[in-house]
Write a protein that binds this ligand. Structure first.
Ligand SMILES: [Zn+2]
Length: 301
């Protein structure tokens, strides 16, 4: 009798656990209670992150699913551990170390976003577009689609991750020190706001003087898109884009170059950064990417 009661109790307990698990599965934070046992125990990757990102820059690199502050608009999948390691090494190699080469002391410590969050899946909107990255108040950058990371495809690395990082970081810079309103005036009558996504279906944003469709949203986006695209293109590819922007006498090239002149002098005067040197540093690193051990989490003393 006693045994039956215990058994009965166990069955009830088991059912409630299963029910609990099921009801949580609809949400996104299903693994919190499972993984939290491990919380506080730093693994080798955590120690490595502490060494390359936390200690020097106070940047927290969030890759565990429990760290993922979920967005209920999307079904998100956690980032694969190995890809998180590669992305951490890439962020240091292709971004932080490139700025270190050309920026003044303490520039990254003071201004680089303090949190980077990795999400395995993409975040698809109802209209079919995918969110490549987001940033909140300059504090946290979220990178999606980490599970499709391909370290041999530099164009994809730029498109899916690094342009996002450079874009969001550049927002912090202009929010800290304003650029001149001369910039806003150049394309003032042509920004399309929220309809940037369908405004260019049968005409070229490039020929209109925008480096990307998203550039046409508003001046701030235009400003940071110019930085992000300029430094992630070789001088040769940039020139090809400028030629395309001037196709059949289109004004695109002249407009973009007028805006770039302001971007360039802003970075130089406000931040003591030469954008051509920054681009050269990034491009050289991209060229030598295949020589890097992106799986490394050993701390070199
Ligand atoms: Zn933006």
């Amino acid at each position: 009798m006693m045994k039956n009661k215990i058994l009965y109790g166990l069955i009830i307990f088991a059912i409630s656990v299963i029910l609990g698990a099921c009801s949580e599965e609809e949400g996104i934070d299903t693994s919190i209670s499972v993984i939290s046992v491990e919380q506080g125990k730093a693994n080798d990757f955590d120690k490595y992150l502490n060494h390359i990102l936390v200690k020097p820059y106070n940047i927290r690199f969030l890759y565990k699913f429990e760290d993922v502050e979920s967005d209920l608009n999307y079904q998100l999948v956690p980032a694969v551990y190995e890809n998180s390691i590669r992305m951490a090494n890439l962020v240091k190699y292709l971004c932080l170390d490139a700025y270190e080469e050309v920026a003044p002391d303490n520039f990254l410590e003071a201004y680089f976003p303090k949190m980077m969050m990795m999400v395995g899946s993409g975040a698809y909107r109802n209209n079919g577009t995918v969110v490549l990255g987001t940033a909140e108040g300059g504090l946290k950058i979220t990178l999606y689609d980490i599970n499709n990371l391909d370290v041999t495809d530099i164009d994809r690395l730029y498109e899916f991750y690094f342009r996002t990082i450079f874009h969001e970081f550049s927002h912090i810079l202009h929010q800290t020190k304003d650029y001149t309103t001369d910039f806003d005036r150049i394309s003032a009558t042509e920004y399309v706001g929220g309809s940037w996504n369908d405004a260019w279906e049968d005409k070229s944003s490039l020929e209109a003087g925008f480096i990307s469709d998203y550039s046409s949203k508003e001046a701030d986006e235009d400003f940071v898109e110019l930085i992000a695209h300029y430094i992630t293109n070789t001088p040769e590819v940039w020139e090809e884009k400028m030629v395309a922007a001037a196709k059949d006498g289109a004004k695109g090239r002249a407009v973009i170059e007028a805006k770039m002149a302001i971007v360039s002098s802003y970075l130089s005067q406000s931040w003591d950064i030469d954008i051509d040197e920054l681009r050269a540093a990034i491009q050289k690193r991209a060229d030598e990417l295949d020589e890097q051990d992106l799986d490394n989490i050993k701390i070199e003393e």
